[in-house]
Write a protein that binds this ligand. Structure first.
Ligand code: FES
Length: 109
C-alpha cells in the first residue's frame, strides 16, 4: 500500500513514495484530483529533478495543476502532460494505481 485513501485530499498535498526500477529506487508521488488518485515518477520532464517545492506540495496555487518548483513547468494532474513551461508537450511518467479497501496501491501488472 502506498498510503491510506483518506490521506489524499482532493487537489491537496500529495504523498511521496519510492518504487524499485531497473535503475534502482526512484522517487514517485501520488495526488488526488477529481476524486481519483494519480501517481507519477517525481521527475520533471524538463531536466529530470523532483517537482515538489516542499515535500508533498505538487499543486500550484489554483489547485488545478501540478507544477515544478524549479522552472514552473505546469502539468495536467490527470494525464501528466505539460501544458506550460520549458517542456510544454512533454509528459510525466505515469504510474498505474488503484484504490481498494481504503488504501491506494501501485498496480504492478
Ligand atoms: S526542472 Fe522542472 S521546469 Fe525545469
Amino acid at each position: 500500500m502506498i498510503c491510506a485513501s483518506d490521506s489524499l485530499a482532493n487537489d491537496g498535498k500529495g504523498i511521496r513514495f519510492e518504487i524499485a526500477t531497473e535503475c534502482g529506487p526512484q522517487s514517485a508521488f501520488v495526488v488526488r484530483h477529481d476524486g481519483k488518485a494519480y501517481a507519477y515518477l517525481n521527475r520533471c520532464a524538463h531536466i529530470g529533478i523532483e517537482l515538489d517545492w516542499r515535500p508533498g506540495e505538487f499543486f500550484d496555487d489554483s489547485g488545478l495543476y501540478l507544477v515544478c518548483a524549479t522552472h514552473g513547468a505546469t502539468y495536467q494532474p490527470d494525464t501528466g502532460t505539460c501544458i506550460a513551461g520549458p517542456c510544454r508537450g512533454a509528459r510525466l511518467t505515469q504510474l498505474a494505481v488503484y484504490e481498494q479497501d481504503g488504501g491506494v496501491y501501485l498496480n504492478r501488472e
